[in-house]
Design a binder for this molecule. Structure first.
Ligand code: RIB
Ligand code: CA
Length: 313
């Protein structure tokens, strides 16, 4: 029986690869919807990118919604310096023919969770947690209805990427991350500690391009563009690949290792706002609210990604 998932996302090249990986995995994943959120670039562009990626995947059966256009309290911080002006620089993808759903993405999340038996839907969050937090604030009754949230968010041993202390998705909307981590919903956190070991080396990108289909060519172009910034920054062969790790965890959890710990979000200090304060060594008695992944099998991940991308048009 495929897992029912909703992907909340700010595409973003790595988000796009995550969506393609999920779209290619119909036996394991039933994508109920994709909901766009402001993050890598503005909401309208992220939503348009999500439509383009859905068309690229051939899965035009998947509805796409637009959610929140700014964080709960703060002004929006975007990342064109990494993802380019369009947020999906690299490949030239056709203007989407499919259209956004009319309903606001937050209201869709609430209605869908209320209409589905409890414990059936997994939320996969690939961007700031604004949509999910706003849904939880507007309709607290949905919390026990969510099976689990698998989120690309945070960092502890790797600290931050947008500031020395904070990972981008949490930094953009720390209050939203705080609401979600305090919600009581089961959470799997896929932090920089994992994604910084999942490097898109030239050899791995060449193997994806060698698949010979449209999806493979687009992914190689996307990641070749977005990795330039991180390669320059980290000076390593290949750039971290973040969001597809969320989908890979759902497909092959055995590729990852972690432990149940407490994570709290810094929301007030200007110096460290957005930091995920992870009690990895359990030095406090704070409740264990997340399964915090620390290790990933990069070779196994890229074998899975390449095999699944080959299933697409
Ligand atoms: O810090 C990495 C995260 O920020 C990824 O989700 C990437 O897409 C950006 O949104
Ligand atoms: Ca993202």
């Amino acid at each position: 029986m495929p897992k029912k998932i909703i992907i909340d996302t700010d595409p973003g090249q790595d988000d796009a690869v995550a969506i393609l990986l999920a779209a290619a995995s119909r036996e394991e994943l039933q994508i109920e919807a994709i909901v766009a959120v402001a993050g890598n670039v503005g909401l309208a562009q992220n939503a348009r990118n999500a439509l383009k990626v859905v068309e690229l995947s051939g899965r035009t059966d998947i509805p796409v919604y637009a959610g929140c256009s700014r964080p709960m309290r703060r002004r929006l911080v975007t990342a064109e310096h990494v993802h380019g002006e369009t947020g999906l620089d690299g490949p030239v993808l056709p203007e989407p023919k499919i259209r956004l759903q009319e309903q606001h993405g937050v209201d869709f999340l609430i209605d869908k969770l209320r209409a589905t038996p409890p414990g059936e839907i997994t939320l996969c969050t690939l961007g700031p947690l604004t949509n999910v937090a706003m849904a939880l604030v507007k309709a607290p009754d949905i919390a026990p209805r969510i099976k689990e949230i698998v989120m690309m968010a945070g960092g502890y041993f790797e600290m931050g990427n947008i500031t020395p202390a904070a990972e981008f998705n949490v930094f953009v909307d720390p209050e939203a991350a705080d609401v979600v981590l305090r919600s009581g919903v089961p959470i799997v956190m896929v932090p920089l500690d994992v994604t910084h070991t999942i490097l898109s080396t030239r050899k791995r990108l060449d193997a994806i391009k060698a698949i010979g289909n449209r999806a493979g060519a687009a992914v190689e172009a996307m990641l070749s563009f977005s990795e330039a910034f991180d390669q320059q920054k980290y000076g390593r062969e290949g750039a971290p690949l973040h969001d597809p790790c969320v989908i890979a965890y759902l497909l092959k959890p055995e590729l990852f290792k972690g432990r149940e710990i407490n994570v709290v979000i810094e929301t007030s200090s200007e110096l460290t706002v957005g930091m995920t304060v992870a009690d990895y060594w359990r030095v406090t008695d704070r409740p264990h609210n997340v399964l915090y992944l620390r290790e990933g099998d990069a070779a196994g991940f890229y074998a899975l990604l390449t095999e699944r991308l080959a299933r697409l048009p």
